[in-house]
Design a protein around this ligand. Structure first.
Ligand SMILES: *C/C=C(C)/C=C/C=C(C)/C=C/C1=C(C)CCCC1(C)C
Length: 260
């Protein structure tokens, strides 16, 4: 049975590169979840929640990738609904990661709320442009970018930025800088993918691409998810490991003085 130019029997075809990225996305998200859960046992208590949240992010994504992979194989269309349900759950969890990391430095609930409000604006508007008012995807993309801008403002110039600057933990300071770089540069892959939608700013780039056989937007999103969910989680992991080592060294130092 041929439909949309793809052989739709639920099997992965040799030339279906988008299908490949759905499979590798699924498997790597699952592997990352196991890694974060197991490694959670190697960090001090106050970092365990952060690693659990990293695992939840990749696990929620793994389950959605399982479904998205199925939609793509069986219909040859973008699994936009599952995509946005996934993001609606995982992006706020990333905001919680920022909150947990800055909590010892005095992060307020207001900071978390501002990050989540930015995420909601970004994702609701994105969904409107991609699934409901497709002909106005430029306008909705602009509104979505304002939501992303709120997040960027908070982590580069708002309360979050000030707390990170003032913390006395070098590990947190360095890690925070890498995390916000992910949110600025890694997250930029998503709007670039979105701009390849028909009628949007970069649609000219994919002119001549047979959109019934492949989907540049999904390719961009799948790459971005792997970078931003697994990579972001690994940075949180390295902060937790670094802070654990620093705490252990401090305890050992104290014990040395206690015995002399
Ligand atoms: C794990 C999933 C993540 C980190 C998803 C992030 C998604 C975005 C940063 C999406 C941003 C968008 C814009 C800034 C404008 C166009 C519409 C979106 C939703 C693709």
């Amino acid at each position: 049975m041929y439909n949309l130019g793809i052989l739709l029997d639920g099997a992965l075809q040799a030339g279906d590169y988008i299908g490949f990225t759905f499979f590798t996305g699924y498997m790597s998200m699952l592997a990352a979840s196991i890694f974060f859960i197991v490694e959670r046992g190697t960090v001090i208590d106050k970092w365990k929640t952060s690693l659990l949240v990293s695992a939840l992010i990749t696990f929620i994504a793994a389950v959605h990738y399982f479904y998205m992979r199925g939609v793509w194989l069986e219909t040859g269309t973008s699994p936009t609904q599952f995509r946005y349900i996934d993001w609606t759950l995982t992006v706020p969890l990333m905001c919680i990661e920022y909150y947990l990391i800055l909590k010892p430095a005095g992060a307020s609930a207001g900071m978390l709320v501002r990050l989540i409000v930015g995420s909601v604006v970004m994702l609701v508007a994105g969904y409107m442009g991609e699934a409901i008012y497709v002909n106005q995807n430029v306008l909705w993309g602009v509104i979505s970018t304002l939501g992303w801008g709120l997040i960027i403002y908070e982590i580069y110039a708002g309360e979050a930025a000030k707390l990170a600057k003032a913390t006395d933990s070098e590990v947190v300071k360095t890690g925070y800088n890498v995390l916000r770089w992910f949110t600025l540069v890694g997250w930029a892959i998503y709007p670039i993918g979105y701009m390849m939608l028909p009628g949007n700013l970069l649609s000219g780039l994919v002119e001549g691409v047979d959109l019934t056989k492949t989907s540049p937007v999904d390719l961009a999103y799948n790459i971005a998810d792997a970078v931003n969910k697994i990579g972001f989680g690994l940075v949180v992991y390295s902060i937790a490991k670094g802070a654990t080592a620093a705490e252990k060294a401090a305890v050992a130092e104290k014990a040395k003085f206690a015995t002399v």
